[in-house]
Write a protein that binds this ligand. Structure first.
Ligand SMILES: *Cc1c(COP(=O)(O)O)cnc(C)c1O
Length: 368
């Protein structure tokens, strides 16, 4: 029997169900199904939320990455550096532009791109870097931007797991040229279907990305360039508009859950169970709470017996996915990414998790 679910979207939505029903009704009343006033309101609200000048809404977070890469000119003969551990969107969209994905290893502590590995991966063909704020922990953006400036590279921040994560008093997504967001239902800010967005402070990039997302033109009938159909649905925008005012509170709740896990589990032997580390001055969004253990199968069985769901994010690091098998990457090339794939386990963390459920997780881990 499940006592603590990994996530519970039904619980998440029940508190705001009435507002969401009304928002959907309003979209139907206005027949505003693709773009329209709800999408425009969303773009304005999201720019305000993320402290960026422009938001370009898209149909999902994967296509938003692709649009950013195209707008920045990635293509044949170019190399783009991507961290060894992420969701496949980060690398597959690079290949889709014609550019070559170059993987680089991650930090063994925070699991975001490793600065030394990043510098070693740069070649004369490198044009850009896609740091991923994995699990909601900020990548070291100040150092990344210094390296990018030194080598004249662009930077696209993959913020799909990191809405409202901060480095000092600065929001992630405000460091690079463009930031890419996903609103997949399970993300910290989730729609009820697929949705995504890009943010930037560059009006040139904003206009170019808008054109790419809308068949190459800003007005109907105009096609200055070839683009994509990557418009945001009115219903998804209206749902996101309901949720945006709650996001700060939900993020703070995730932070409190993480703090409780960290405080209650400090006494565990780190050789047996390694807790997530937080870099000084970073305030993660805690999309996931990922522990590491060499006895993962045993821990999963123990948690299952206690009715606690856990998930492996992700079972394979990017270089070792089947789709990159022709590259024959070896574990020794990306030791920290490989170690994470072998040892990571995500514990339940969501804004609505109860004190009792947190205690069940803590006591199950303490009795392991
Ligand atoms: C979810 C996710 C994406 C892709 O977003 P979709 O909206 O599912 O297309 C991209 N990068 C990372 C790191 C993600 O977690």
């Amino acid at each position: 029997m499940i006592k603590v679910p990994f996530n519970d979207l039904a619980r998440h939505h029940s508190a705001i169900r009435c507002e969401i029903d009304n928002a959907i009704k309003s979209v139907i009343d206005h027949s505003a199904f693709v773009r329209g006033p709800h999408v425009e309101a969303f773009e304005a609200a999201f720019s305000k939320l993320t402290h960026q000048e422009y938001t370009v809404s898209c149909s999902n977070g994967t296509t938003s990455l692709y649009i950013a890469l195209r707008a920045l000119g990635a293509g044949n003969g170019d190399e783009v550096i991507v961290p060894g551990m992420s969701w496949i969107s980060t690398s597959e969209t690079v290949t889709q532009t014609g550019a070559k994905v170059v993987f680089c290893d991650i930090s063994p502590e925070t699991h975001v791109i490793d600065i030394e590995a990043l510098e070693n991966a740069i070649t004369p063909r490198t044009v850009g870097i896609i740091p991923v704020h994995l699990y909601g922990h900020p990548a070291p953006m100040k150092k990344i931007m210094e390296i990018a400036a030194k080598h004249s590279l662009w930077v696209v921040e993959d913020c799909a797991q990191a809405h409202l994560a901060m480095i000092e008093d600065r929001m992630i997504g405000s460091f690079g040229d463009v930031a890419s967001y996903s609103f997949y239902p399970g993300k910290n800010l989730g729609a009820m279907g697929d949705a995504g967005a890009l943010t930037t402070n560059s009006s040139t990039l904003a206009i170019h990305m808008t054109k790419l997302a809308r068949h190459g033109g800003l007005t109907k009938g105009q096609h200055e360039i070839e683009g994509l159909n990557s418009r945001l649905d009115g219903i998804q925008a209206a749902i996101l508009n309901v949720k945006i005012p709650y996001l700060k509170e939900w993020t703070n709740k995730r932070r409190r859950v993480a703090a409780r896990y960290l405080n209650s589990l400090v006494k565990l032997d780190p050789e047996r169970l390694k807790l997530p580390s937080i870099e000084p001055l970073c305030n993660p969004s805690w999309h996931l709470f990922v522990v590491k253990t060499n006895k993962r199968a045993e821990l999963i069985r123990h948690l299952n017996r206690s009715g606690i769901q856990s998930v492996i994010n992700y079972p394979r690091a990017l270089p070792f996915l089947q789709c990159y098998a022709d590259r024959n990457h070896r574990a020794e090339e990306f030791p920290n990414s490989y170690n994470l794939q072998e040892s990571c386990l995500s514990l339940p963390i969501f804004p609505e998790i109860t004190d009792h459920e947190i205690e069940l997780v803590v006591s199950a881990l303490n009795s392991w």
